[in-house]
Design a protein around this ligand. Structure first.
Ligand code: ADP
Ligand code: GLC
Length: 519
């Protein structure tokens, strides 16, 4: 049987394998209906939207996860069709890596939020970026969110309320700048509060809140309200079991809310994934104010040109992958092997299901596979991963840390990417892996449902449990042994459309609907 016929058979079988609960299907259908009524697309084109994309990380400067990638690629994808500008805090990395920078505005102090300076810079490709400068809040050693010991910065409430407030001041035209956005595109809890500040100030700006991960709400003690300039009457919108939830404030006050895949948008309206906000989100969904748009990935993820790779390759000619695999094995101190190479590229947090990977690793090793892991995060998960590597020298190896080059080489050399996330709003790693011909083995949740074609471009399993992952890994081993099928799936994965074109059009439509809400 030819590889093509076999792939077709696999395609036919995939519907069977993709078993989702009826409830999720129904929710997903409802959410899908709120996305992109086609008649908006014509009107939304043209550079008539002035958009300030507010974000707490951007891969050009500093990245803690996928949000940084999206911040670097989505505004660029929309630039031809909207006036896109980015607002980011002036972290040390931003100030060090930026080119010429010019002060063009300021925001006043407000309650305990300090005054800031706004500077303007332009990235190499012309994307305008506003940098919010406040050395006491942003210029320090550590990630945007946590200190060197991994603890959240003690003043995060003030740091990110200041960012949010600055966005609202700019939107109100009160920052002394010669440009005013019509729409704030807010991303996750660190700037969600901007939607509330906008509403409280009576400004006309429209706000779109994109939830990249509902599990991070930005929860702070209610006693901080006065410091953040939040009055008694305004607190209710933020109240989450007696604490202030920045994300809740954003969800209540934004004109439109979206998340980064259609399936996750559906899931967060149910208690299991709703993080206590499902009823609020359901209400917004019922009004047509909640939608899902699957992230794209940018063109730097191309195995034909990626400068991080020792050897380039393409769909037509994949031999280069073997060389990359040898490179990865060497980098991780593993011996050459004819067995499959499994990879994990992930933040090491509960969400990502590393415990399931650790449970299944002995079977991978026993069946002749090898496993390489790169990641960093929660100390106990880091310790678990180190212990796994110690137990299986020559078969499992781990690098605890962040290394973009090594990560890209792993996608380009490994046969399979393990992604048993308990939940996954979208996930980018599985898309990068597919683009590089590495087949994801993923839990059927959130964006993984929307971006992995089970049995065609990767493998999905239905319960976040070790046994389900184990069975899926066995399928991967069987596929690996059938070289024709493996090659066909690899080709299908590499050809899977995952650029920003479609998502960009959906965002433009959403911008249109968001601004119409205020018209
Ligand atoms: P999340 O944002 O939840 O971490 P995503 O899959 O959306 O998950 O994005 C993760 C991004 O971070 C991807 O670009 C992935 O390649 C990258 N990444 C995660 N951990 C590491 C690491 N240790 N080294 C290099 N890149 C990493
Ligand atoms: C979050 C989510 C991830 C998503 C990323 C970018 O970090 O955990 O699933 O891909 O944001 O939207």
């Amino acid at each position: 049987m030819s590889a093509r016929t076999r792939t077709r058979e696999v395609c036919a079988a995939k519907a069977e394998a993709l078993v989702k609960t009826d409830a999720l299907r129904a929710r997903r259908r409802r959410i899908t209906q709120t996305v992109v009524p086609g008649d908006h697309i014509e009107r939304a084109s043209g550079r008539d939207h002035r958009v300030l994309f507010v974000v707490s990380e951007m891969a050009d400067y500093i990245k803690a996860g996928g949000l940084g990638d999206v911040a670097a690629s989505l505004p660029r994808a929309l630039r031809d069709r909207a006036d896109m500008r980015v607002l980011i805090p002036g972290y040390r990395e931003v100030l060090e890596r930026t080119g010429p920078i010019r002060v063009i505005g300021q925001t006043p102090a407000h309650a305990a939020l300090p005054a800031c300076v706004i500077a303007h810079t332009v990235l190499d490709d012309g994307l305008p970026v506003y940098v919010l400068i406040c050395p006491e809040l942003y210029e320090r050693e550590g990630s945007p969110y946590v200190d060197a010991a991994g603890e959240p910065w003690a003043d995060n409430a003030v740091r990110f309320a200041t960012l949010s407030r600055a966005a609202a001041v700019i939107a109100a035209g009160e920052a002394g700048m010669d440009w005013t956005p019509g729409l704030l595109h807010l991303n996750d809890w660190p700037c969600a509060l901007a939607a509330a500040y906008v509403r409280w100030s009576g400004s006309k700006a429209s706000c779109l809140l994109t939830i990249h991960n509902l599990a991070y709400q930005g929860l702070f003690p209610a006693e901080l309200a006065a410091d953040l300039g939040i009055g008694e009457a305004q607190r209710e919108a933020l109240d989450f079991h007696g604490q202030l939830s920045f994300l809740r404030g954003g969800i209540v006050h934004a004109d439109q809310v979206n998340t980064v895949s259609v399936s996750y948008a559906a899931q967060i309206t149910a208690p299991a994934e709703g993080c206590g906000l499902d009823r609020l989100l359901s209400r917004r969904a019922a009004l047509g104010h909640l939608s899902g748009i699957v992230n794209g990935i940018d063109s730097s993820w191309d195995p034909r040109t990626d400068h991080h790779l020792p050897v380039h390759f393409s769909v037509q000619s994949c031999e280069g992958r073997d060389h990359n695999a040898r490179h990865v094995r060497r980098a991780f101190g593993l011996p050459e092997s004819r067995g499959p190479l499994f990879a994990v590229v992930s933040r090491l947090v509960h969400q990502k299901g590393l415990d399931l990977t650790c449970d299944v690793a002995p079977q991978i090793v026993a069946a002749g596979g090898q496993l390489v892991i790169i990641g960093g995060g929660e100390p106990q998960i880091e310790a678990q991963v180190r212990e796994l590597a110690r137990r299986y020298p020559g078969s499992v190896s781990a690098y605890i840390g962040f290394d973009e080059t090594l990560a890209r080489r792993m996608f380009a050399g490994a046969d399979f990417l393990l992604m048993p996330s308990r939940f996954e709003p979208c996930g980018l790693s599985q898309m990068y892996a597919q683009r590089f011909g590495c087949l994801p083995i993923a839990h059927a949740t959130g964006g993984l449902i929307d971006t992995v074609d089970d049995g065609v471009t990767g493998f999905l399993f239905n319960a976040a449990e070790a046994d389900a992952l184990r069975r899926c890994v066995q399928r991967a081993f069987r596929t690996f042994r059938q070289s024709g099928l493996m090659a066909a799936m690899r080709r299908a994965a590499m050809l899977r459309p995952s650029g920003w074109d479609i998502a960009g059009t959906h965002y433009l439509d959403l911008y249109q609907r968001t601004t119409e809400a205020r018209a």
